[in-house]
Design a protein around this ligand. Structure first.
Ligand SMILES: Nc1ncnc2c1ncn2[C@@H]1O[C@H](COP(=O)(O)OP(=O)(O)OP(=O)(O)O)[C@@H](O)[C@H]1O
Ligand SMILES: [Zn+2]
Length: 703
């Protein structure tokens, strides 16, 4: 008989990824198989019965049907719900089903034959037995487990509401330290009792160890597994198998874990739901958060989206229609911090006033204004810590020649190369092109080359001058390149070996710095006037989150402060931040977005093209845009003219993009569905030499 098997074909292949194969038995849909494809043998997923109506003289006949090589039937088939999820994700994000479904499996699994799989499964059995032996049974001795904290009034209220609600998406809007995690844990316990599995997603790998430890301590009798890219392939496979075989009670992971196969799924938690890292930025550019909401609906399980600063999309979805929102999610609020701790005080340093008082030079030559330096010195004297945030690594973003104006541009990108003082290099952060700093200007020979602007390296150096005796640490992508270095640097901060920590946004997320009582953002203004309309939202979230890390100790919370240096002290964003008033900030942003017809009031897709010349990239975009002119599907979709990408050239490749916008999601998707084959044909016609790559990004986060 014939079976349809899903395989991962190279992109834009003319073949359908569902191919017919011969099988002696009707293996159920979801069964993993190995099938011959060309000269290779690849992993495939049985998707359903094949076309028995053989086409003896049709197109099918040209290809003699081949047999399934191996059936991995020791593994239970991938369930209906999982296959639905993969199919939805492929359709929604405009990728091939084969690519989405197969790449959602652990890479090791795709390589295994039946014998190797049997061995891995036996190893899984052994791991399960060991886990069971090591852990006390959940009900064995309740007294042995640490006593549960008594829920706060707010937690109690939220839990009662959750218990009374039908399953659906819920936005848990809780201040930092309001005890959202405790709510997740209690909901998870409820699901475990009912025999269900729980999926918990966090934005970043380095946030998993903390939560993992907390989960393990809380649920000693439960099997917890992680799924993220920091695991070895073997670990990832075992975690995935434990989830798929229903043996893991809880899966903790990053965005990729949204595709975990969970036959008894009972709850999905998305912690820090606003975090941009839930959106995949290559291949199938899915949003794990959005897929979680879809998956929850499709499987009838509750989805908890937690944040102190929700994404405006989620906030809008959770606002009742009467307040101008979409009314799609329920919202539960927990405004108070556990233990009644105060939120940090927000202080703005008005740089215009400082300039008037100390002179403009003082502002431009020094990274920190005198009052901020004073506040940090006080911390130093009290043995407390400060965190200074600057979202730019390196010493200076550009090196320039004081006589002829030469600047350190990249030969391969339309970008400046960053000056790194530690190894005296000029490094392009886009293509990696790196050279030693020249002794003299390559253009006029003048040896006086000067850094322009400031990155974290220079900030670290300047703070050392301003605060003599302070022990200063720096955490950014440069200092954490080696495995384990982030952990050891964080440990130094926790152990109090550092007084002032300089860092990019990577330190603002998730780490509890108990002795930190000051967080300063020294160049926050950039986000106010960014061309990225989401920049203010990110800034607000970053500062609230960073501030929320500060002074977790109730005793220190009273003197915790967030400092902002700004030329625009009266800006409404800072005013809302001073009051910790996310709802007011969100309301103002949503008003702006609505009047400009931007998300969440509009739905977008971005078509990117890369070519050897900007002209070729734009021509491709023009062509596919023109193709839609008389389509009824295009009537409700605004297709903007092609423009060069924000960084037009990277590694000698020219990039252009074109934005599509519609007021209805359905309208946008009707167009995309009809457009897909046109894109493929147009790209094929222009030939490999002209258009190198193109990609659609549905619901893009950055434009
Ligand atoms: N009901 C409670 N009684 C006592 N302590 C609690 C309670 N709930 C939470 N906590 C403690 O309060 C602290 C903050 O709680 P939790 O981590 O759950 O907050 P959160 O809202 O998830 O914070 P964040 O958003 O900053 O990550 C933790 O140390 C936690 O153990
Ligand atoms: Zn470059």
């Amino acid at each position: 008989m014939r079976l349809k098997v899903l395989v991962d074909l190279p992109r834009h292949s003319p073949l359908d990824p569902l191919l017919d194969y011969l099988a002696p038995e009707p293996w159920p849909a979801g069964t993993l198989v190995r099938v011959p494809l060309g000269r290779r043998e690849v992993c495939g997923i049985v998707w359903g019965p094949g076309d028995e109506a053989a086409r003896p003289d049709g197109e099918g006949a040209a290809v003699a049907l081949r047999e399934i090589a191996q059936v991995l039937d020791a593994l239970p088939p991938l369930g209906e719900a999982w296959r639905r999820l993969a199919a939805f994700a492929a359709g929604y994000y405009q990728r091939s089903l084969g690519e989405v479904a197969l790449s959602a499996l652990p890479p090791d699994l795709r390589e295994l034959d039946a014998t190797q799989l049997a061995r891995r499964l036996r190893r899984g059995d052994k791991l399960d037995r060991e886990a069971a032996k090591a852990a006390p049974s959940p009900s064995a001795d309740p007294a042995a487990a640490a006593p549960l904290p008594e829920p706060s009034d707010e937690q109690r209220e939220v839990l009662a509401q959750l218990a009374a609600m039908p399953p659906g998406p819920v936005l848990l809007f809780g201040a930092t330290g309001s005890g959202k995690t405790e709510v997740y844990l209690r909901e998870a316990a409820r699901v475990f009792e009912a025999g269900g599995q729980v999926l918990v997603l966090v934005p970043e790998i380095n946030l998993t160890p903390q939560l993992e430890a907390r989960l393990a301590a809380r649920f000693p009798g439960r099997r917890l597994v992680s799924l993220h890219s920091g695991l070895t392939p073997a670990q990832r496979l075992q975690g995935w198998l434990a989830a798929h075989r229903g043996r893991a009670d809880l899966v903790l992971g990053t965005r990729m874990a949204i595709f975990a196969s969970l036959p008894r799924l009972g709850l999905i938690v998305i912690d820090e739901e606003h975090d941009p890292s839930y959106k995949q930025q290559e291949g199938a550019r899915y949003s794990a958060r959005d897929l979680a909401v879809w998956r929850g609906r499709s499987e009838g399980v509750p989805v908890l989206l937690g944040s102190a600063t929700p994404s405006l999309e989620s906030w809008h979805n959770a606002l009742p229609a009467a307040e101008g929102g979409a009314g799609r999610y329920r919202r539960l609020d927990m405004p108070a911090r556990i233990g009644g701790g105060a939120l940090p005080r927000v202080r703005t340093v008005d740089l215009a006033r400082i300039a008037a008082q100390f002179g403009k030079r003082a502002v431009y030559s020094q990274p920190l204004a005198p009052p901020l330096v004073e506040a940090m010195r006080e911390r130093l004297e009290r043995g407390e810590q400060s965190l200074v945030l600057l979202n730019r690594r390196g010493y200076a973003p550009v090196l320039h020649c004081t006589s002829c104006g030469w600047k350190s541009d990249c030969a391969h990108c339309s970008a400046w190369r960053v000056f790194h003082r530690s190894d005296r290099t000029l490094r392009c952060h886009h293509c990696g092109f790196s050279e030693r700093v020249p002794f003299a200007c390559p253009s006029c020979g003048d040896p006086d080359l000067q850094p322009m602007g400031r990155g974290t390296e220079r900030l670290e150096e300047q703070i050392a001058e301003l605060l003599p005796g302070a022990r200063i640490g720096r955490i950014d992508a440069d200092t954490t390149r080696h495995k384990g270095s982030l952990e050891s640097q964080l440990a130094q901060v926790h152990d109090g070996e550092i007084d002032v920590l300089v860092g990019t946004q990577m330190v603002a997320k998730g780490h509890d710095f108990r002795r930190m009582t000051l967080v300063a953002a020294v160049q926050a203004d950039a986000a106010l006037f960014s061309s990225d309309f989401r920049a203010p939202e990110r800034l607000f979230a970053l500062l609230m989150q960073a501030g929320g890390r500060a002074g977790r100790d109730a005793e220190l919370a009273g003197r915790s402060e967030i400092w902002l240096q700004t030329w625009h002290a009266a800006h409404p964003l800072y005013a809302a931040l001073r009051r910790h008033d996310y709802p007011a900030f969100a309301a103002a942003q949503l008003l702006e977005r609505e009047s400009a017809a931007m998300p969440p009031y509009a739905f977008q897709a971005l078509l990117r093209a890369e070519a050897r010349s900007q002209q070729a990239a734009c021509d491709f975009l023009e062509t596919v845009s023109a193709a839609t002119l008389d389509w009824p599907e295009a009537a409700e979709v605004l297709i903007f003219p092609p423009v060069p990408a924000p960084i037009q050239r990277v590694a000698d490749v020219e990039r252009a993009q074109m934005l599509l916008e519609a007021s209805s999601r359905q309208a946008l998707h009707r167009l995309l569905a009809r457009w897909q084959p046109v894109l493929q044909q147009a790209a094929a016609r222009t030939g490999e030499a002209r258009v190198l790559r193109w990609a659609l990004d549905v619901d893009p986060l950055a434009i």
